[in-house]
Structures are given as structure tokens and as C-alpha cells.
Design a protein around this ligand. Structure first.
Ligand code: AMP
Length: 213
């Protein structure tokens, strides 16, 4: 199974990805995670990524296509994969189509998780995470037991730079301009499954499973 998970920043792609991956026994490839790892490890590429992510801008297509293509050649992708946060522009979608064609592969489906902007702003600005345990919280919807502290590691929680309000607004504007055309792109290729992303995690999981049936 080769899937793309499409949705605005904070629409729940990162939450649904592990569920889908477990169900279909495929790895999740999140470009956001690959980019954050490069930034954390202070690689040359990571330093260039940071110039864009800290401002809520997309990383240039050529750089992100390069890291995805490299990742897709790894062994665990032989049984399929789920792309989370990629493609995000028509140029990236074209690059993915070319890569798949060159490898005699095709996509099975693109799941689009649809959530209105005002809900996304509330979700992102309240989100906190722990860099040690990797656990994510929300001030209102999923607070830690002790304010500001990770339940698992006991370390202080962080607010992702790109989850701050002005950056979220910028990311949503970037999405509308550059990524939203992908909905029609995949619709016209008969690959798009649109799912309502408002509701509990389980509700959305069920809707996605139904759409893939
Ligand atoms: P995410 O966690 O998927 O929201 O990604 C965090 C940030 O990484 C984004 O705001 C972008 O700056 C960058 N990024 C992630 N995926 C891509 C992509 N496919 N193309 C360009 N930039 C990306």
C-alpha cells in the first residue's frame, strides 16, 4: 500500500499516520520529522532548513524531494509507505509521480483530512511536546498531569517554533497558496479520498478506514 496523507498543518496527519501504518504494515515518512531531525543534528542541510521552518515557510522543493527520494529507497519501503506532509506543492507531486514511474510503482490513494482553519489555529497554539520522550500534549485537550512537565520524562515541555500563532497563520497561508491545489491535482487523477477531520481521533480513524475500504 502506497499512501499520501494530505491536510493542513495540525489537521491530524501525524496522529493518524501511526494507526494507518500499523494497520497496513508500512513505514510512515514524515518530511516534517526528517527536516526537524536534520535541524536537531545541525547538519548542513539542517541549517538551511531552519531558515525556512522558523518563519513558517516551506523548504525549497529540490531539498525536500532529495531527502524523500533517499528515504524511499530504503528497504522498509519495499512493502509500501505512507507519506505524511509530502508532497506539499505541485512540483513535489510531479517529482513524486516521476520517481514512482521510474521505479514502476504507483500510488494507491491520497487521503485528505479536511479541517477548518480556526480549529487548526486553536490546536497548534495549544500544542506542547517533549523532545526527550517525543510525547505531544495540548494545554486544553490533552494536558500533562503537572503543568508544563512531561508525564513520561519529567522534562519541561516545549512549544514548537512553528506552532506559535504568527507562524501558524503564515503556514496556513502557505498551505492555501501552495498545497491546496493538490486536492484538485489528486482528484483529477482519481486518487483523492476526502475525510472530515473534525472529531475525536477514533472518529477520524474510522472515517479514514471506511474511505479506504
Ligand atoms: P510539518 O511537521 O509537516 O508541519 O513540517 C514542519 C515544517 O517543515 C513545515 O512548516 C515546512 O517548513 C517544512 N516542511 C515539511 N514538509 C515539507 C515539504 N513537503 N515541503 C516543504 N517544506 C516542508
Amino acid at each position: 500500500m502506497r499512501l499520501v496523507l494530505l491536510g493542513k498543518p495540525g489537521s491530524g496527519k501525524g496522529t493518524q499516520a501511526p494507526v494507518l501504518c500499523e494497520k497496513h504494515a508500512i513505514p510512515a515518512i514524515s518530511t516534517g520529522d526528517l527536516i526537524r531531525a536534520a535541524i536537531r543534528n545541525e547538519t548542513e542541510l539542517g541549517k538551511r532548513f531552519k531558515e525556512y521552518t522558523s518563519k513558517g515557510e516551506l523548504v525549497p522543493d529540490t531539498l525536500v524531494v532529495e531527502i524523500v527520494a533517499e528515504r524511499l529507497t530504503e528497504n522498509d519501503c519495499k512493502s509500501g509507505f505512507l507519506l505524511d506532509g509530502f508532497p506539499r506543492t505541485i512540483a513535489q507531486a510531479d517529482a513524486l509521480a516521476t520517481w514512482l514511474q521510474n521505479n514502476d510503482l504507483s500510488l494507491d490513494c491520497v487521503v485528505y483530512i479536511d479541517v477548518p482553519n480556526e480549529i487548526l489555529v486553536e490546536r497548534a497554539t495549544g500544542r506542547r511536546f517533549c523532545s526527550e520522550s517525543g510525547k505531544t500534549y495540548h494545554l486544553k485537550f490533552a494536558p500533562p498531569k503537572v503543568e508544563g512537565i512531561c508525564d513520561v520524562s519529567g522534562k519541561p515541555l516545549m512549544h514548537r517554533e512553528d506552532d506559535k500563532e504568527e507562524v501558524v497563520a503564515k503556514r496556513l497561508a502557505e498551505y492555501d497558496e501552495k498545497t491546496s491545489p493538490l486536492v484538485d491535482y489528486y482528484k483529477s487523477r482519481d486518487l483523492l479520498k476526502q475525510v472530515n477531520g473534525v472529531g475525536s481521533m477514533d472518529e477520524v480513524t474510522t472515517r479514514i478506514a471506511d474511505s479506504l475500504r
